[in-house]
Design a protein around this ligand. Structure first.
Ligand SMILES: [Zn+2]
Length: 334
């Protein structure tokens, strides 16, 4: 959704450029068009974004920030007052919104006239229904991605990764020294393809190297045996009692590294999730994936059963970090 004022402004710009017979050269006038990403071949979103934020355009017509639609009372809890963007004194392409009591992500998205996917991606939100009061949210003013610069990142690689013109990124973020990005610097990439919020999943391992509570239950059932010492030896997983034939879902996105029979495990699937994280699904009655296959979180990888060293139908589920089995109950999402 584009705001009307910005649309009108974009139209105005286009007309202005056409009247002038195209953009003047850098030396041809008092507007510096060089290196601004001003281009009429970009898609609408990107073009409007770069125009609206055109840094050297001093005589541009007043552009007002999108305002929330007026509500007719009685929805006090869901009214969100967006932070007013101070165009001149605050050139930051990111606004910060502090979550108020009763606000939902949808209220906030509507108030800022930005889509849910953009907000979710810019804030690494996984559960869209769980905002905390007082939580600070990055709000982008255009559909796009918020990229945090990693050590060794350069702008040209970033531009390539998101398939966005490097000039657009420079102009939009008003980068004075594009060749020297700082680690942790945040860049708005206007028009970058935003992953669907619904497909987002939590990082399994934090930046500090700690395994996170970020795994989905592969099946729902009674815990018939916990992780820990059992019968004089270590039980390296969690047993979930379910009827044979229950669909078993991947606890996180990953790649299949084993799919077949493995002595005591019976029919077993192993998934590699990167960062030295592995999950195992044992005693299956049937396997529906192949080694090497990329799996989404929640995708069915097989069906529960009673194969291998098992005393009754159940799923034996393991999470391993750096090769060592950990207690799954500590890392499963409710
Ligand atoms: Zn078990």
């Amino acid at each position: 959704m584009k705001s009307e004022p910005v649309m009108i402004f974009a139209l105005f710009c286009a007309l202005y450029a056409v009247c002038l017979g195209g953009p003047p050269t850098a030396s041809g006038g008092n507007e510096d068009w060089s290196g601004t990403g001003m281009s009429f071949t970009l898609d609408n979103n990107t073009m409007i974004a770069s125009m609206a934020r055109f840094p050297q355009w001093d005589n541009r017509p007043e552009v007002t920030e999108p305002k929330p639609e007026e509500e007719n009372g009685e929805t006090a809890a869901s009214e969100v007052a967006p932070v007013e963007a101070e165009e001149e004194s605050d050139p930051s392409p990111i606004l910060i919104h502090t979550v108020q009591k009763g606000e939902t992500l949808w209220d906030i998205a509507k108030a800022y006239n930005i889509d849910i996917d953009t907000i979710a991606a810019a804030n690494d939100l996984v559960n869209l229904n769980q905002l905390r009061v007082g939580q600070k949210l990055n709000i982008l003013k255009v559909k796009g991605v918020l990229h945090t610069v990693a050590k060794g990142d350069n702008l040209w690689d970033i531009a390539k990764k998101y398939n966005v013109d490097v000039k657009v990124i420079i102009a939009y973020n008003r980068l004075s020294d594009p060749e020297n990005l700082q680690p942790n610097q945040q860049l708005v990439i206007p028009g970058a393809k935003v992953p669907k919020a619904a497909n987002r999943q939590p990082a399994l391992v934090s930046a500090a190297g700690k395994l996170q509570k970020a795994f989905y239950y592969p099946v729902y059932g009674r815990v018939s045996s916990r992780f820990g010492p059992r019968w004089g030896r270590m039980h390296e997983g969690m047993d979930l009692a379910v009827n044979t034939g229950t669909p078993v879902k991947a606890a996180a996105a990953g790649r299949v590294t084993f799919a077949g029979s493995n002595s005591g495990y019976g029919l077993l699937v192993k998934l590699d999730h990167g960062n030295s994280v592995e999950t195992r699904y044992a005693h299956l009655s049937r396997i529906s994936v192949k080694v090497g296959q990329q799996i989404e979180a929640g995708q069915v990888i097989g069906y529960s059963g009673n194969t291998g060293n098992s005393t009754g139908p159940h799923l034996h589920f393991e999470i391993r970090y750096k090769g060592k089995a950990v207690d799954p109950s500590l890392y499963l999402l409710k």
